[in-house]
Each structure stands twice: as structure tokens, then as C-alpha cells.
Design a binder for this molecule. Sequence first.
Ligand code: GLA
Length: 642
Amino acid sequence: MATLGDPIRVDAGGWGWTWVGDDRGRLRQVGVGPGGHRSEVEVDPHWYPDAFPTAGTDALRPPALRVTHADGTLTTRLVVRDVAHPEADHLVVRCVDELFPFSVEHHVRTHVVSGVAEQWSEIHHTEDGPVTLADYDSIAPFLLVDHAATATQFGGSGWADEWAWTTETLGPGTKVLDSLGGVQPHLQRSPCLLVEPDGPAGESSGQVIALSIAWGGNTRFALDVRARAWAGSPRELRLRAGANPAGAPYVLDPGRRFVTPTVAWIWTDRGRAAATAAFHRWTCDRVIRDPERRRPIVVNNWEATFFDFDEERLVGLVEHSADLGADLFLLDDGWFGTSDPRDDDTAGLGDWEIDRRKLPDGLAPVIAAATERGMRFGLWLEPEMVNPASDLYRSHPDWIVRNGRGPLEHRNQFVLDPLRPEVRDFILGVFDRTLTANPDVSYVKWDANRPITDPGSATLGSDRQANIWVDHVHATWEVMAEVARRHPGVELMACASGGGRNDHGTLRWFHEFWTSDNTDPLARVRMQWACSHFFPALVMAAHVTRWGDRPLEFACAVALSGRFGIDLDLAALSAQETDTCRRAIELARRTQDLVQFGYLTRLVSPLDGTGGERAALAYCSPDRRRAVVFAYQLEDSTTEGP
Ligand code: GLA
């Protein structure tokens, strides 16, 4: 254990930070960034900025932590109590309030192989009654940045517009980049951010701070920029990141522990490629399941059939998939619903019994068609949701997320309330029953297709209904963790109306995610380019479809740069198109080691402002002896096409 008053150094592998307690015990940030872990304490510590400002330490700046204490006190003043290393790579700085039995532990876990630091806080108290957390950021470093400093966010218009790249120069004021809706917030804005404190960086040079909030719910980045009085001096940036507290004050009982989301971040002076390599390494080492397992070549029936299929049609698609050389056939939405058959999205969700009109002998003949041809089989589930037109809802109308008001429908469905133990059991039961009845199902696409519109839970007291925004994530993760534990051999894809669950928190129980329902290859080049800054290609599912009506070769070439799959009506392809798909699958098999396990090099950017009419990227083998290069000509869709 370090001595109080000593500098507290975090070395995340070439970069990091130094904290120190001042004469009153307040935690101060001496330096942060490349070499920041070696910063010397050169002036009296109280001159350094707060490491984690709380309401009550600086009235003129937004705090990272704002609490109403049990007696109504609105300020929190923390002093360092102890510094511990529970493990070599895990630092805990415990601070306690000067007045109340209220503590905040700052946790840091370093992953020096990649250079990514994981940071979160744990809040605990034994006050006389509950306290209310109004702001609860995970990190709040203080930076000096150039006037040209930029922030790049990945927020689009919602469905089918994930990972839209927007770079802005940071001006004075507080810029909030947040997301709402609870279940699929990453559809609006990815919980990832690039900050370039000296102005736009290049692939191989320049200062880059890359951050990812590992949280399956609403998130918030807040960038508070202050000009300094004297000309030419850098600006101050307080960068806060964590769960979005908007509409979500959290009531915390004495003796309970509130753990903020982990924020994973890196600061490099070697450009975007270095930040990307770090995130890819860390994602494989610390986040995803079975990182060394080659992801399958998938044929999905969604865009081919939507809800309109029967056994004969599916078996036909399976046979075509096997003939082309695919690894796995994924049966999407529409295979279930008995009293309320799932012929569209208005009915059947929640009733996970096979629709015998479409599949009179169940799934067995379709699965057998795959396994007899050496293919694996996957199934779509949306276990957290229910249509009002379902036996489940008629039996358990009280199981949904709602408050005193009649709840809104969205995509004709409601969200089941995972804070209820019986709902968690139900979801686990859906997996257990489906996978036990069909032991050859070795892959599940886990979908979630609506946000929370009517927050509230009967399991929470009337004084803490807003806790649902945080508790919903933990309860959902508890179920996901248990599914992964009970069914370790089943690969899981995270999907939420497309890319609504593209986050490093949820991904811990999954093998990959659906990047977007938008599979127009022209749009996908840019989406996958943006997404590649934080996620490796082996988690980024990319399927060939008819979206955008592009040439099939181009659609294949774009999907081949991710976890390759095909979502076409294979029975309706021309001989030439069949040949294109066959060659694409052969190419996927030849290149997937490089794409899934190689090093990404981004060569030519497709983003507006950098030309935008071309894109090129490459994946190299770890020994740098083999590479696959993807080069795309991107014309405007109104002209001749790519
Ligand atoms: C969501 C998913 C799609 C598909 C449909 C099925 O929109 O993102 O890929 O699975 O649901 O209803």
C-alpha cells in the first residue's frame, strides 16, 4: 500500500496519469497523457486541478459526481483515505467524504499489452437514509487542448444510420453527447468518442484519445471547454464520461454499492492506427468470448424471406447455402407463435413455440438439412420483448416495463421487466428450452427491437422509479451472463434493431454484433470504417444483401472486410450471381484468418472532407508476410454506381 501523500501513478503502457492528495487530502491530477504517469509534482498540490470534481469543490464547473446526501446536503467533499493494489494491474484509490460516511473508490485496471486503461468508480455509504446520485460519471480527466482540438462522435439519425462520423472543433462551453432509450441507445449514438487535442490526427501520427463507455444503457460524454484569459494559451477541457444521468437520478440505500460503467480509454501520440490497434487487442483480450475462435461464414434468411417461409423454402435455402460452401445457416424472425402466428411484427413475440403451419415437423428437418451437409445452425431470439398479441402477454400483462400510465407500443411490442425475477427466469427458460429441444443449434442472434418509453418497475419503490435506467442494464447483463454460462458452446450475436448493442459492456457475453440493418455496401464502407476504430473485424457482422441495389461483387467485397455473411434469396439468384457468391465464400475462407486475426491498416479514408470517393484498407498477418487489401471506388449513388 502506498503512503498517503505520495504521487499515485497509473502507467497504462507508455501513457497514463499521476494523481496526488493535497494538504487537505483532495485528489488532484498532476498530469495525464503520454508520459503522464511520470509527471513530477512541481508546485503545491492544491494548485493542480481536481482529479474527480464533485458538487461542492468548484461552484463554476460541472461536477463528475453530484449527490443529495441523506440529510439533504447537496455538496460532497472527498479526501483520499487509502490507495491499494488488489492485483498488480488494479489500482483502487478510496476517498471518503469529510462529513458523511460516504465513500467513492476510483478503480483503474491497466492492460499494458494494449495500452487501454479501464476506469470506473464504486460508490458506497452508510448514511442514515438513502442518498440520491444526480451525476455519476466514471472518469473526469482534465486536459489542456489546442484551439484546433476536435471531438469525433458516431451519432446518426437512428435506425439504419449507426456509426455516422462527425468531427467538430471544440469551442467554449459544455458539449453533451448522450443517448437515450435504455435498450438500444447505440442506434442514436455509439458510446465511443475520439478526442484529438492538437487538432485532427493522422493514421500514424498525432495525439489521439479514444474512449469507449462499456455500458448497455444510456451514455453521456460531456466536454466542458474553457478559454483561458491570456492570448495563445491552450484551452481547458474537462472530459467526463459514463452512464447518462438524464432522467435517471439514482436512489442508493445505505450499505449498497453503486458501480459506474467502465470507461476504456487510451491516449496515444502515434495517431489513430495506434489507438485502433490498442482497442482491437483489448477487445480480444478482455472483452469478447472465444477471441481465438474463427467466426463462421453465415447465411441468414431475413432479407431473403422476412416472415414468409415454410419448411420447403428453408430447406431449399439451406441446400443452396451448403452448395455455396457456407458454415452456418441462421434462421431469423418468424419461426414461432402458435395462438398468434408471427407472420409480421404485430404478433407472437413471447410465445417461443414453433409455428406448425410453417414448420409442421418443427425445426428438426431444417436443422437436419444443415447438419447433414456439414453446416451449423443458428436461431433468432428476441427474449426480452413481448407483443400484446401473445399468450405470454395475456397471461402476464404485469411483466412489462411500465408505470402508472398505459404504456406506449413501439414496433407493436413491449419490453419485459428484467428487474422481476420471474422475467429473468422466463428469459433463461426460453434459451434452455429452445437449446435443449434443438441441441444442434450452436448460434443465436439475440435481438431487442424497441426502447423503453414508459420507465418504471413494480419492483422499485415510488421514490426510486428512475433507478430502472441503471438497474435494467445490470439485470439484463445478469441474464446474458447466465445464458453464456449455461450454454458455453453456443455462439451469440448481439443485435438490437441493427447496431443498438455495439458496446464493449454487453459484448462481454457475446462473440460478435450486428453492425447495422443498413447493409447498403456504400453506407457500410463508411460505417465499418468508423466502427473499426474501436472494434475488430471478427465482431463486426457484415452481410451481402440487395440494399442500395449495388453490384453484387461490390456488396461481397464490402462484406468480406468484416465477419462475412450472405442474406440473399439464394434460390432466386442468376447463375452468374450464384457464381459471384460462391467465389465470395471461397475468398472469405482464404482471407478470414487475415481479416479476423490480422492487423488492420486503414489506407484511404472514405469520409467526406477527405475525398470520400475511394476507400482502402488492409489486414496483415501477425508476421507481416501476408496481407489482404480491400479497395473500393465509391461513386455517388445517383451516378453509374460503384
Ligand atoms: C431487427 C434486426 C434484423 C432482423 C429483424 C427481425 O430489425 O436488426 O436483423 O433480425 O429485427 O425482426
